[in-house]
Design a protein around this ligand. Structure first.
Ligand code: HEC
Length: 160
């Protein structure tokens, strides 16, 4: 009996979801994906992931940037260049477009950022690849952000 109630509930839910789709699109299953909960203001601006409030990462720290350069060299250069698109987007000016929190969330949670965040969805359409998580810690993500900030501010690539 309980089982039947559950099935009925699911049916009703399915009907409600498809009813919201304005009848657009042939494949109704895509409509349920669009019915994901909306993002908060914070998430829209600073990304979805472990960073849920503004972080004070302080001024650019060259020692931290050097450590970031090393990690970037090992974990990111397979897909990213500074000044041109490659497998992924160029990152030479990314710190001028996005907040540190956004970048840290992207680095730590790239799959959800690509699937659920409008910026990630747009990048996916353009690059046709989902960035895989590179197994970096939050500390290391901050170091990478400093490496990228250093590059954007001075034009100097600390890997050279
Ligand atoms: C296997 C390839 C690959 C690797 C390795 C990779 N990325 Fe990416 N990255 C991508 C692709 C493709 C995108 C754009 C599509 C998407 O959103 O997944 C992207 C997007 C990004 C973005 C978002 C750019 C923007 O405009 O907001 C950042 C930031 C980024 N990557 C940083 C990194 C860092 C830092 C590393 C190393 C820790 C790294 N990526 C490793 C493929 C990769």
């Amino acid at each position: 009996m309980q089982q039947l109630t559950r099935i009925l509930l699911l049916l009703i839910l399915a009907l409600v979801y498809t009813g919201c789709g304005n009848g657009e699109g042939d494949d109704q299953r895509t409509d349920t994906r669009e019915a994901e909960p909306e993002l908060t203001e914070f998430e829209l601006e600073h990304g979805i992931g472990p960073v849920t409030e503004r972080l004070d990462i302080g001024d650019l720290n060259v020692e931290r940037a050097r450590r970031g350069a090393d990690i970037f060299d090992r974990r990111c250069t397979a897909c990213h260049r500074m000044g041109r698109r490659f497998v992924g987007p160029p990152l030479g000016e990314v710190t001028e477009m996005r907040s540190p929190e956004f970048l840290i969330n992207f680095i730590l949670n790239p799959e959800e950022m690509t699937n659920r965040h409008p910026v990630g969805q747009e990048l996916l359409q353009d690059y046709m690849t989902i960035m895989p998580y590179q197994n970096v810690t939050k500390e290391q993500a901050i170091e990478i952000v400093d490496f990228l900030r250093y590059y954007a501010e001075t034009g100097e690539d600390l890997r050279d």
